[in-house]
Design a protein. Structure first.
Length: 390
């Protein structure tokens, strides 16, 4: 659906700039519209994808794209917070709609209504509900359609973790009901991208989003598919919970098994779109909306229409003919240089440093203290030998 646009040289270049230049991604977050969920490059990357999707759904005419692209580029560079960027994108879409409809005065009541109804028809009535999922399931869903029990996660392992968390009075870390067979769809491509990058959410929450992950820069470790960073975060959680060795083994085994199952280090953004007209009751009443927006400016009314969030819960299988697939590249595709520490010694690779102490990670036990003592004694012996020769 977005392939033609993303293949353009100017769009590809902006995607690289977004992921590599602080001028683009270093913005202020806000609790408005859920932007507090995001951190780092993923915020602006997904917001840009959302802008392209809105253009495709509503304008769908490449003769206007150069002007649209230029305005979006300037907007992202100059505005310093995500909420205002999002509303700026909506205003640009609204203005281009008015131009396409040959409307000169957007503040005229009748003209404003015409644009709002046009957006409503294109983006809502004939739009999509979106579900972001782990990309390892794409092939199966593409071939067979979506079955409600499609996701074969290692629930038995995570139920054991959930039981430990409940006993430790930290049940909010994994609050999922593993017996509940349902899937939620959103009307926002932005949120769909977020859910795909962090799918499954119970796994992401365990590794990045809980009371033991205190630093904000750790929040997108899972979305970026950073195995080592997520393993460090898991040790922070285990240390915070003060787990016994046998309990740690359960956590580590589940982590490694699920990561391998998901092939998380190689995942992208996978979205499943289904027509909104399958859920007609979910549409807002456009007549009531227009009446309520009578005193709003054109820009305010357009933003309110776009910011009206709706979601639906699906408990039935979805046939392949109803599904439109959108696959997008994630952070790793565009970033030029990962921030990796290439100076780790073999000893550093043996254990992982947590916030408060060393948490040893030879998978099913602790490194013997004798190994460390022996290393220190060897170093002391070398120093004494050098002193004796001198």
């Amino acid at each position: 659906m977005l392939d033609e646009i993303i293949r353009r040289d100017d769009v590809s270049q902006l995607l690289e700039d977004i992921c590599n230049s602080a001028r683009y991604y270093d913005k202020r977050s806000t609790n408005s519209l859920g932007y507090d969920m995001y951190f780092g490059v993923e915020q602006i990357l997904f917001l840009f994808y959302d802008a392209l999707f809105k253009y495709k759904m509503i304008i769908d005419d490449m003769s206007y794209f150069d002007d649209f692209f230029e305005q979006i580029d300037k907007l992202i560079r100059k505005i310093d917070n995500f909420y205002d960027i999002s509303n700026g994108i909506n205003r640009i879409i609204g203005r281009i709609c008015a131009f396409k409809l040959d409307i000169k005065d957007v503040e005229d009541e009748q003209s404003k209504e015409e644009v709002l109804r046009y957006i409503y028809d294109k983006y809502m009535v004939n739009g999509y509900f979106i579900h972001g999922y782990a990309s390892c399931y794409y092939g199966n869903i593409f071939e067979n359609g979506f079955y409600i029990d499609q996701y074969h996660h290692l629930y038995d392992k995570f139920i054991k973790i959930q039981n430990i968390l409940n006993k430790k009075k930290h049940n909010k870390i994994i609050s999922k009901d593993f017996n509940d067979k349902k899937v939620e769809f959103t009307d926002s491509l932005l949120l769909g991208c977020y859910y795909s990058a962090n799918a499954p959410m119970f796994f992401s929450n365990l590794l990045c989003r809980n009371e033991f992950i205190k630093k904000q820069e750790y929040l997108d470790d899972y979305a970026r598919g950073d195995y080592n960073a997520c393993l460090k975060n898991l040790y922070r959680v285990m240390n915070g919970l003060k787990l016994r060795d046998s309990q740690k083994n359960i956590f580590i085994d589940a982590f490694k098994s699920e990561w391998k199952l998901l092939d998380k280090s190689n995942s992208n953004i996978s979205l499943m779109l289904i027509p909104r007209d399958l859920f007609r009751d979910s549409l807002i009443n456009i007549d009531s909306f227009i009446r309520d927006s009578k005193n709003d400016s054109f820009a305010e009314a357009v933003c309110k229409l776009f910011n009206h969030r709706t979601s639906v819960v699906v408990k039935d299988d979805i046939m392949k003919r109803h599904i439109t697939f959108v696959n997008l590249d994630g952070y790793k595709k565009y970033v030029k240089e990962e921030k990796k520490d290439n100076l780790k010694t073999e000893l550093e690779k043996t254990f992982i440093t947590s916030d408060d102490e060393f948490a040893f990670s030879n998978t099913y036990g602790k490194v013997s203290i004798l190994l460390l003592v022996g290393t220190m004694l060897i170093a002391v012996g070398v120093i004494l030998t050098m002193l004796m020769f001198s």
